[in-house]
Ligand binder design. Sequence first.
Ligand code: SF4
Length: 909
Amino acid sequence: MGSEVKTTTCYMCACRCGIRVHLRDGEVRYIEGNPEHPLNKGVICAKGASGIMKQVSPARLTRPLRRKEGAERGAGEFEPISWDEAFAMLEARLGAIRATDPKKFALFTGRDQMQALTGLFARQFGTPNYAAHGGFCSVNMAAGMIYTIGGSFWEFGGPDLERAKLFVMLGTAEDHHSNPLKIALSKFKRDGGRFISINPVRTGYSAIADEWVPIRPGTDGALLLALNHEIIAQGLYDREFVARYTNGGQLVIVDPASPRHGLLAIDEDADAVNPQYPQNQLWWDRHANRPVVSHTPDADPYLFGDFTLPDGTRVRPAFQLLAERVGEYTAEWAAAITGIPAATIRRLAHEMGVTARDEKIELPIAWTDCWGNEHQTVTGNPVAFHAMRGLAAHSNGFQTVRALAILMSLLGTIDRPGGFRHKAPFPRAIPPSAKTPTGPEGVQPNTPLAGLALGWPGSPEDLFVDAEGNPVRIDKGFSWEYPLSVHGLMHNVITNAWRGDPYPLDTLMIFMANMAWNSTMNTDEVRRMLNDRGADGEYKIPFLVVCDAFQSETTAFADLVLPDTTYLERHDVMSILDRPISEFDGPMDSVRVPVLPPKGECKPFQEVLIELGSRLRLPAFVDAQGARKYRDYPDFIVRHETEPGSGIGFLAGWRGADGSKALLGEPNPAQWQKYAENNCVFKHEMAPSYRYMRNWNRGYMEWAQRVRLRRWGDPILVHLYSEVLQRFRLAARGKWPGRRPPERLAQRVATHFDPLPFYSAPLEVQATDLEKYPLAAITQRPMAMYHSWDSQNAWLRQIHAHNYLFINPRTAMAQGIADGAWMWVESQWGRVRCMGRHSEAVEPGTVWTWNAIGKSPGAWGLAPDANEFTQGFILNHLISDRLPGETSNSDPVTGQAGWYDVRVRILPA
Ligand code: SF4
């Protein structure tokens, strides 16, 4: 065979860097970054370079396994079976469920990159019970941003460090968008940019920040509200941007007696343009001193004031209400909550505001806005932000992220040079138009789901509930408990299914998620639930299917284990229908192609779904006669279209019969070949005039409609004031003409669905004795490992084989805990023994550790005395999925898991 070099896409983490895999005699000898790949430009990290060890991991699963007759779940006692037997078992079981009650089958997946396919399979099956990891990762980041600016960070948008002068990073360690962000940061710093990191811990990117601002976990909302306060109080907001591109000038009805209280006033005689996203709201015009339809030519709205419409309705500009709201959030108030001195908060706000105002960028790019105004240049206010799970993973995170998106908007940085920029297919409408079914009738035997399993509610009518307001989904997503749970609540599934609340499941299929260990709160209880039987002697979750490439803590509980391939052994697609790798200047997608044959009998999960879809005769996978439609996954990817003849498939590049079309076109049988010849990447550069101000850019909107990235061409005003949230609040107050929440949830909805951002301490903090448990405890994903994936990787284990609890020396010594000593860390839910490590890089009120280094004995193919068992630990043992009062430890708006809200004390051991 000799030596050869093959090109594919890394998947040692989710960043999707291009790699070149060097093989000798069919074995991987070396992996390097692909210098021709537009994302990582040849850069590779420790994880990426260590992919070679994944192939020889002792934890590889290589055959389908069935739990041995009589063996207990969790014991890990299996017998090998053939794929034919496995498929026959699944076909019979799932076929019977689909023919009777499809919601008894649930498919939940971890950090996979094929949600367009897994979601399609679930929808075709007819179950509402589908979601990926987002609900326990960063759904607050996605929802808080998308419900405010129509886009979000990472796959959907990011900081334009090429042109930014000031970069502020909040709650981000070294994880999302790793190599591309490192490359951008190093250039930004070399070009003289100033980098401020706001984080309880100074690790990862923060280590190279010019200024580290330590903050107490879960209090970012207080800081951001105070920054908004200062920006308005110091007159540093971009008035023109706020007036034209946000709903700040639109008039809000202020009449508590009115059924439309808190909604935007409209001119009912004016053309709404698009009833789904109406455009007949009102401004109070400064020139004519009267109400006019928003964006009337030559009009300019008052941002402050109190007005009365001709019919006597009292109204105020949304910006006035925002200013009133943040008026109470002073720097002194925030200092007491965040631990950041008031003077620092004022200085930060001033620096942001002055940089945005005085260092403007003008790019000589002509563009036309959605109202027909022609602009000769694109303006940029060069302050960029980036934030991730540190802001999101709190039960107050949605409103925190709203406060961040509003700050970015007040500074005039949305989709502008040097600020935040969208990535295709974003921006989306607010909210996006995808919807779930709205009641149990959307779930029918032998029928695809009557909507998507995950959607974007715009009002109570979009919730997925029955006539009494009870949830239809097993995770209670899109119910009154978590109305905007746009990524589902995977962390609730096992607990809810075990309780039979709202109903029991029959079969739970888990792909690539370690739900019996580090991906679940309440680890011990969840493991017990997986092994628990009802009075009839049957397991409470009757059938558990786990598909994974490695033997994890979770596989031990499976009834059926399906061995997946590694990323080097399969085809894969990072699709624009899902989470693409687009860059600011245009849509991009990418693929993986196998560089090695599958090990043993491993089969890609993609192939499992195509096979099951065909056997179960799910409409998308069979022809009109019910015969199998696709040979395999690569064939499916090439030939599947979102609708017959739509010209839209999973891959956007080299479409059309001869491969000459982009984004839209007939299937091309040679598509995989074209990707393979082009570093596995397709990149489409948009015309320069389409690259900025996309929320309001007529040229971009028309193009995006032509290529079907967008359904509507309407402008997407930033929602400083969220009318969507107000609709739910009105329902909770009994003033909405349609659905209302059950009484027990009315106050919760009324409180948290505030149309303006507000601060409240995380739910768990409110339910903790802070005298007894004064310290915040958080985790970070290590640089050298991706969650639990790499504890079987011989090279990466040399970097981390156990973890410490990092503690500020002052805090540690106050408890008599020496550097390196064994100690206890204890919450109201449990305690765990660990080793403490003194660190000045953590603020004194916080302790932290790396996520998922500690392992359960016997897992991951590790030796019985492995350090991961004997010295490592996971913090999950201290975290509960429930709070007193039986509510989930999740954000009441989105259902985001409150991972970072636990409070602890430390004791010597
Ligand atoms: S950042 Fe992630 S995708 Fe990129 S090389 Fe490292 S592990 Fe691979």
